[in-house]
Design a protein around this ligand. Structure first.
Ligand code: IMP
Length: 436
């Protein structure tokens, strides 16, 4: 952490569970105190929902700060970009009279998702049958795999017609062979794809920048930067429930490599959690609710994926898992979302340890077999049984809600700075005055 810590200038905001924690609303709130809002990993697998009165805007690629006029938004080099999806989003924004010209910049080093990535994502999932990951099928994994394999095509490569032609030719020959030999899938036409992306080149050109340079200049001028994490720490390719993860570093470290910002310039890392836990897709989930409670909380919390519409799996708050996030990200502060969803429950449980084959686990294990068989050990607390949706101050929260939150703080050893009691901007309790 740098010496400028107290000013909280450069802030990384991460999901501290399995994604869908409600980061969109918090980024939107914190954007008011930032000059630049930067995405650093993932792609259009993300879905950040921001409520504007009765209007709900879901952003997949463009940073959530775009809804604030005058803020600069950056898509960093660690993001994988589906160009058509980006253009669709820009059009959706312009229909809402949100202009992105001159304030949205795309890294020239970011990798591009091509149609063969999407097809391979789908085919590989189908091939895995019951062992599937449950991906969003947006081509994210295959694109990151190509990046690591040195088979990727970056935005800057697209901008250079000669380089692009050569690389597309080489990469497509490999893809078509894999598609035919392994999946018996028809080949992609080089000419069609080349034509389509030559059009995209003109469309993306006004947004392309060396964003590392842009952010470096911004910090030198004292501008405040908010790094917008997508997905969550438990979906991080290194620290998540591998292999049931996404393909990028969704944890705070991703902000460093995904933008080129030095760690010495980061002042604060904020983790967002739900007051309970959810996950979409396959993979272990030790505190998952039994069916009846699951459907009750899913309906009350509107727990359906913002990108795929899939129903989310829901469960009790898992302190073991969240402590893992606190450690991996070095969280300074926590934001608790959707407290109101628990309003009607007479009893609440918090998982404090796992048991597996007679052994007690106090740290989140990496072994997938342990995670799949883990029996959660819970602490119980009485619920508050009144609505919190209209509450705006900590002191007005029911005593049992305060107790629940204080208990989370003591288990995580990190202060809670904001509590959210509904999707609207106003439904927010600021505990730490610096974000008001
Ligand atoms: P992929 O990122 O599409 O490869 O999907 C890998 C895993 O991450 C799957 O379990 C997805 O459901 C999950 N995932 C990807 N993006 C998100 C997100 O934004 N929120 C929640 N889960 C996600």
């Amino acid at each position: 952490m740098s010496k400028r810590k107290s000013k909280g200038r450069n802030v990384i905001l991460v999901g501290a569970q399995w994604g869908d924690e409600g980061k969109g609303k918090i980024i939107d709130l914190l954007a008011r105190k930032s000059d630049y809002i930067v995405r650093y990993q993932g792609g259009n697998n993300a879905g950040h929902t921001v409520c504007l009165g009765n209007d709900k805007v879901i952003l997949h690629l463009v940073p959530s700060g775009i809804l604030h006029p005058k803020k600069i938004c950056v898509i960093g080099n660690g993001v994988v970009i589906d160009l058509q999806a980006l253009f669709d989003e820009i059009e959706m924004l312009s229909k809402r009279r949100v202009s992105v010209r001159g304030r949205l910049f795309v890294s020239d080093r970011a990798h591009i998702i091509f149609p063969y990535h999407r097809v391979l994502d789908q085919l590989r999932e189908d091939h895995k049958g019951t062992k599937k990951i449950g991906t969003t099928k947006k081509g994210i994994g295959p694109c990151y795999a190509d990046k690591a394999n040195r088979l990727g095509i970056r935005v800057v490569d697209l901008m250079n017609p000669r380089i692009f032609r050569d690389r597309l030719n080489m990469v497509l020959a490999e893809k078509n062979t894999v598609l035919k030999k392994i999946f018996n899938y028809p080949p992609f036409s080089f000419h069609k794809m080349h034509r389509m992306y030559s059009r995209y080149r003109k469309q993306i050109a006004p947004f392309v920048q060396d964003t590392n340079l842009l952010l470096d200049q911004a910090t030198r001028r004292g501008r405040r930067i908010l790094f917008e994490g997508a997905q969550g720490t438990l979906l991080d390719v290194d620290y998540g429930t591998y292999p049931y993860v996404t393909s990028s570093n969704a944890s705070a470290g991703g902000a460093i490599v995904g933008t080129g910002m030095s760690p010495s310039r980061i002042d604060e890392v904020i983790g967002v959690v739900k007051a309970y836990t959810t996950r979409v897709g396959e993979g272990p989930f030790p505190t998952e609710f039994p069916p009846e409670l699951m459907s009750r909380i899913r309906e009350r919390g509107e727990e359906y994926g913002a990108t795929t519409g899939r129903p989310r799996r829901c469960g009790w708050f898992d302190a073991l898992l969240t402590r893992h996030s606190v450690r991996v990200n070095g969280l300074n502060k926590i934001v608790v979302m959707k407290l109101d969803v628990l309003d009607e429950l007479p009893k609440l449980k918090i998982c404090i340890a796992y048991r597996y084959r007679g052994k007690r686990y106090h740290h989140f294990p990496s072994d997938i077999e342990v995670l799949e068989g883990a029996q959660p050990i819970y602490e119980e607390q009485p619920g508050w049984l009144v609505s919190t949706e209209l509450i705006r101050r900590w002191q007005d929260l029911p005593r049992n809600a305060q107790k629940y939150l204080r208990h989370l703080e003591s288990l995580l050893q990190v202060p809670i700075s904001i509590v959210s009691v509904g999707s609207e901007r106003s439904q927010t309790i600021f505990i730490d005055g610096s974000y008001r």
